[in-house]
Design a protein around this ligand. Structure first.
Ligand SMILES: NC(=O)c1ccc[n+]([C@@H]2O[C@H](COP(=O)([O-])OP(=O)(O)OC[C@H]3O[C@@H](n4cnc5c(N)ncnc54)[C@H](OP(=O)(O)O)[C@@H]3O)[C@@H](O)[C@H]2O)c1
Length: 333
């Protein structure tokens, strides 16, 4: 099978490119930096296409001859410096994503496998885990990035009403894993833990999943007859405290023992954000991220387990491999 993967230098995209190449796919991958791609994907038999989601026209023709488009590239931030972020969020995660899907159809791609997020789902009132139908309205999103993904999902619904190419949408939980070169928020948390920068934990609850398990589920979806479906890949519900205990076990680094009450964490995060804004810097923990971590929302991966027969590896394996990858890449905090 011939695949086109956007975001090949990302946490998810990089693991997906590797998996597909190892499984005999002919892979083309869109990257912004050929140098970064060489560092992360060098040695794999994949075709590197250099281009930007801000300007699709120059590279869209590379979709020709591809059976499946895996779209993982996104404007993905949980913390923002000053400035207008909604414009690029909307362009990359909404307008140009749909335009890319239109090109995919034009060039004969048979299936699109897209990445949204479980942050587009609302917490249920009845205490049960949220499922794929618990969709937020844009104004319910906990942050601007989440809002762009909610709007993106709505636009994909519209796309499906007037196009024939099926789209399978994945809604992953908070992803950890090797290959997190950005690093994303999870990788930064691991790096901060390893360099003992974290002051302590606070009551929290969040689903955590291995990017490699998400990549595997996406590959399975491409290979199945499944059409326009949405799948949460939720992994394991955990807390900061538990994550720190696992990090301590697998890394040998002593974790922080202090536990702060939630109101105190909100106050200090609010102050840190104000100071960071004045200095035009990003904070390690934003109020947006804090809201996500303290919402205690669980999401259900039951549908993906049923339809795609995917299982998620133990959390400890994910955290160990993530730590080992950072250490091997010289970024051990
Ligand atoms: N990480 C999570 O916890 C999480 C959870 C749920 C859903 N998701 C979704 O999963 C997908 C993959 O995210 P990730 O975790 O792999 O994040 P990531 O490591 O930051 O990867 C994002 C990728 O998008 C690329 N990208 C960003 N702006 C681009 C642009 N203008 N043109 C072309 N490529 C661009 C990045 O390229 P560069 O390498 O050049 O920056 C990178 O390869 C995203 O759609 C994200 O919204 C992530």
């Amino acid at each position: 099978m011939r695949a086109f993967v956007t975001g090949g230098t990302g946490l998810l995209g990089g693991n997906l490119v590797r998996l597909l190449a190892e499984n005999g796919y002919q892979v083309k991958t869109l990257v912004r930096s050929a140098k970064k791609a060489e560092k992360l994907l060098g040695g794999l038999n994949v075709e590197i296409i250099t281009g930007d989601m801000m300007d699709i026209e120059p590279w869209a023709h590379h979709l020709q001859d591809c059976d499946v488009l895996f779209h993982t590239a996104a404007y993905f931030r949980e913390t923002f410096r000053r400035g207008d972020h909604w414009t690029p969020l909307k362009q990359i995660n909404v307008t140009h994503t749909v335009r890319l899907f239109e090109y995919a159809e034009k060039y004969g791609v048979r299936k699109i496998v897209h990445t949204s997020t479980n942050a587009t789902l609302r917490k249920r009132e009845d205490g049960k885990p949220s499922d794929e139908n618990d969709r937020m309205n844009p104004d319910e999103a906990l942050n601007l990035y989440g809002k762009s993904k909610v709007v993106g999902d709505q636009e994909i619904d519209k796309f499906l009403r007037s196009h024939r190419t099926p789209v399978v949408t994945f809604l992953p939980a908070w992803m950890f894993g090797p290959g997190d070169s950005a690093p994303t928020g999870s990788g930064q948390l691991v790096l901060n833990f390893l360099s003992r920068k974290l002051p302590g934990s606070f009551p929290s609850g969040i689903d955590v999943v291995d990017a490699r398990d998400v990549a595997y589920a996406m590959m399975k979806a491409a290979e199945s007859s499944i059409g326009n479906e949405r799948y949460i890949i939720s992994g394991h519900y955990t807390s900061l405290e538990e994550l720190f205990a696992i990090l301590q076990k697998v890394s040998g680094v002593q974790g922080p023992s202090k536990k702060f009450p939630i109101p105190m964490v909100y106050l200090s995060t609010w102050i840190n954000e104000r100071i960071a804004a004045l200095r035009n810097k990003e904070t390690d923990l934003s109020l947006d991220e804090l809201r996500v971590m303290t919402e205690m929302k669980r999401t259900s991966g039951a549908k993906a387990a049923r339809h795609l027969k995917v299982t998620c590896r133990p959390l400890e394996e994910t955290i160990r491999d993530t730590v080992n990858w950072f250490r091997a890449s010289g970024a051990n905090g």
